[in-house]
Ligand binder design. Structure first.
Ligand SMILES: [Zn+2]
Ligand SMILES: [Zn+2]
Ligand SMILES: [Zn+2]
Ligand SMILES: [Zn+2]
Ligand SMILES: [Zn+2]
Ligand SMILES: [Zn+2]
Ligand SMILES: [Zn+2]
Length: 469
């Protein structure tokens, strides 16, 4: 059997179609191919009565055109494929049944039954009607209202009845229509400005913030009557403005322990002038004492390092006069330590002599004074001591000739024992050890022992290196 040919168009005016004999030749077994689709062209003026055959363009005489039921029957009996065969329809049948098939052909294009204006093949219709058609009917699952597809899309995400979570992530869930009220005035995670400092805070932290807010009003702890003070201003208030805050008397450094409200202070100052003066005097005395102690300590540290004291007796002439006028007039060197943490010693001089040298010689002595480190030292004091009267001649002109005397302390001499608390000024343990006739008044005038009205007495103590270290 021969395959039926494709029919792409069907003439709806079968009875009127003028077909020349050569155009349609009935096939033997009722099959045939209608291969042309061009309708016969008609002259615009019927009166001319001339047509052209669409197949071969030969003129036809209108008068000779007549319906041919037989031929029509033959044509309608031709077997054809569906006009949608290229899209995939597998239907084939007679021309006669094509219209009926197209009424159900799933490839045939039909308008959307919702009258949305779309035209689709019958098989594309169900998904369109269900999902895409803007005119489809939908019911909102939350509010139950009916919508066309278009309106539903607009409604989605806005339905007031839909249950949604709070956008602040507080965890609350509610119908959308309640959300804005919730977020505005109920949500614990809503932000809210602090009523005092105006900074924004989460609602559930604002209470805590108020315990720290620098602008939060607090009462004055002294109940001074100021109703409330911003927290950050409180310390300033207590220091500067609070009428009841206690202040310390400005003479507190001198020892006044008075405290009173700031406002009453001037009265205290007026009433206590004498007392304050007394305190100040005592303070001055204490400080003078301290200064003296400090000066002494500084002097002791400054001289006598490494067991050597160089003692300058300035204003020699006047001091000699004074010594001549007052017998036993003794001049004292600053105390000095033999070494760090060592013995505390002092040199003294009788410019007009003492004992066997009185009136004729300069006498020089040394004595041990109570020191800070006595308990750490060996007693009696037993280290060689050398006294020198320094020759102040210019060493570049002549070799200086110092007057020098050296002795090893007598261990039985009381003053070389460990200084004790029992010493008194009359005690012989206070007596120095030295030379009543160190140098005569004649000899001291020689060379340059006195120069610029000053003499230098040097005392050195030989402390073994191992003791120093
Ligand atoms: Zn079909
Ligand atoms: Zn539609
Ligand atoms: Zn809804
Ligand atoms: Zn919330
Ligand atoms: Zn605040
Ligand atoms: Zn106050
Ligand atoms: Zn006072």
């Amino acid at each position: 059997m021969e395959e039926p040919g494709a029919l792409t168009a069907v003439c709806r005016h079968r009875s009127r179609i003028p077909l020349c004999d050569r155009c349609v030749e009935p096939a033997g077994e009722g099959q045939g191919t209608l291969s042309k689709q061009t309708p016969p062209s008609r002259p615009t003026d019927k009166s001319e009565g001339v047509f052209k055959c669409p197949e071969d363009q030969l003129p036809l005489d209108y008068a000779k055109i007549y319906p041919d039921p037989e031929l029509e029957a033959q044509v309608l009996s031709l077997t054809i494929r569906c006009i949608h065969s290229e899209e995939g329809c597998r239907w084939s049948g007679t021309v006669r049944h094509l219209q009926v098939h197209l009424g159900t052909c799933s490839y045939n294009v039909v308008p959307c039954p919702n009258r949305c204006g779309a035209k689709l093949s019958r098989r594309d219709l169900p998904p369109h009607v269900q999902h895409d058609c803007p005119q489809r009917h939908l019911k909102c699952e939350f509010c139950g209202a009916d919508f066309t597809g278009e309106a539903y899309e607009n409604h989605q995400g806005l339905c007031p009845q839909e249950s949604v979570y709070c956008e602040n992530k507080c965890g609350a869930r509610m119908m959308r229509r309640l959300l804005s009220q919730h977020m505005l005035s109920e949500c614990p995670k809503r932000t809210q400005p602090c009523g005092y400092c105006s900074k924004e805070f989460l609602y559930d932290t604002i209470q805590n913030h108020e315990y720290q807010c620098p602008r939060y009003p607090v009462p004055c702890p002294n109940q001074c009557g100021v109703p409330s003070i911003a927290r950050e201003d409180l310390s300033g208030h207590l220091k500067e403005n609070c009428t009841t805050a206690l202040a310390l008397c400005p003479f507190k450094e001198a020892g006044c322990k008075h405290r009173c409200p700031k406002l009453s202070m001037s009265r205290h100052l007026d009433e206590s002038t004498k007392m304050h003066l007394g305190l100040m005097c005592a303070l001055v005395a204490r400080q003078r004492q301290e200064l003296g102690d400090l000066r002494r300590e500084v002097e002791e540290l400054a001289v006598g390092s490494e067991g050597v004291l160089i003692w300058k007796i300035a204003d020699y002439a006047r001091k000699l006069q004074e010594a001549k006028a007052r017998s036993n007039f003794e001049s004292f060197s600053p105390p000095f330590y033999t070494h760090r943490y060592g013995y505390r010693l002092q040199v003294s001089a009788f410019l007009n002599g003492n004992g066997s040298g009185e009136g004729s010689h300069l006498s020089v002595y040394i004595r041990v004074l109570p020191g800070q480190y006595d308990n750490l030292l060996e007693w009696p004091f037993a280290y060689r001591v050398t006294f020198s009267l320094l020759d102040q001649s210019d060493p570049s002109l002549s070799k200086p000739q110092h007057i020098t005397e050296t002795f090893l302390p007598d261990p039985n001499w009381k003053n070389f024992q460990k200084p004790g608390a029992g010493r008194t000024s009359l005690d012989e343990s206070l007596l120095g050890f030295g030379y009543p006739k160190f140098i005569s008044h004649e000899d001291i005038k020689k060379r340059n022992y006195v120069r610029d009205n000053a003499v230098f007495i040097k005392a050195s103590v030989e402390i073994p290196q191992k003791i120093i270290s």
